[in-house]
Design a binder for this molecule. Structure first.
Ligand SMILES: C[S@@+](CC[C@H](N)C(=O)[O-])C[C@H]1O[C@@H](n2cnc3c(N)ncnc32)[C@H](O)[C@@H]1O
Length: 198
């Protein structure tokens, strides 16, 4: 049941280098759309001060659990079944950070909005919402590789697609989050993060 995504192997270290200083003072992380569970295993192992809570849609967490069992990291919690589009599945517990990697271009725009609603609900004051993935910016053309990726995503599911940074940032501001970081990452991805203001 343990699934493997080669991309996770490639991006986990660059992402860790952003997350490690960012989450130095954080105690609990909720990850949305954990996928295979590789990131959760890697990040919990390399940031042992954190309680890492992975999650994915109901019925899709077996691989995360398999990676958790293999990892043995005591700070890696059992995966939760969270569907952004179903508030009944959302956790009640607050968290110091929300992490969502390569997922906002997969879920519908409704799902992106839901992610920020979730942040408004569960993120502690001073906490961070971190996103990783490709984004489109109003002041520059989308990279050709991302243009192709966007077309591929939309053919697969018209509700998917690379998100406009400005539209995502507007959702963040409406949820009481201030943009704190926007840095380039390998393969034309970005690390973006916002902090919940007091
Ligand atoms: C491209 S994968 C990324 C997985 C992982 N974060 C990674 O970087 O390898 C997108 C993830 O979004 C999850 N997802 C899709 N729709 C979702 C929803 N409505 N609520 C929560 N997760 C969702 C999928 O199950 C999948 O694990």
């Amino acid at each position: 049941m343990k699934q493997y995504a080669p991309a996770c192997e490639r991006n986990r270290q660059p992402i860790l280098e952003v997350l490690a200083p960012l989450l130095k003072e954080t105690a609990t992380v909720l990850e949305i759309g954990s996928g295979t569970g590789q990131h959760a295993a890697w990040f919990s192992e390399h940031m042992p001060h954190l309680a890492w809570q992975p999650s994915d849609q109901p019925g899709t967490v077996a691989s995360i659990e398999a990676w958790r069992e293999r990892s043995g990291a005591v700070n890696l919690r059992k995966p939760l079944e969270i569907d952004l589009l179903n508030k009944k599945t959302w956790p009640q517990e607050s968290c110091g950070a929300l992490v969502c990697i390569n997922t906002v271009h997969i879920v519908s725009w409704q799902g992106v909005k839901a992610l920020f609603d979730l942040a408004e609900k569960v993120l502690e004051t001073g906490g961070v919402l971190y996103l990783y993935g490709p984004f489109r910016y109003a002041n520059r053309p989308l990279e050709p590789s991302n243009e192709q990726f966007d077309q591929w995503l939309k053919q697969r599911d018209p509700q998917s697609g690379i998100r406009d940074f400005e539209a995502v940032d507007a959702l963040a501001r409406a949820a009481g989050l201030d943009l704190e970081g926007d840095v380039p990452m390998p393969a034309n991805n970005r690390s973006l993060w916002w902090r919940k203001s007091a």
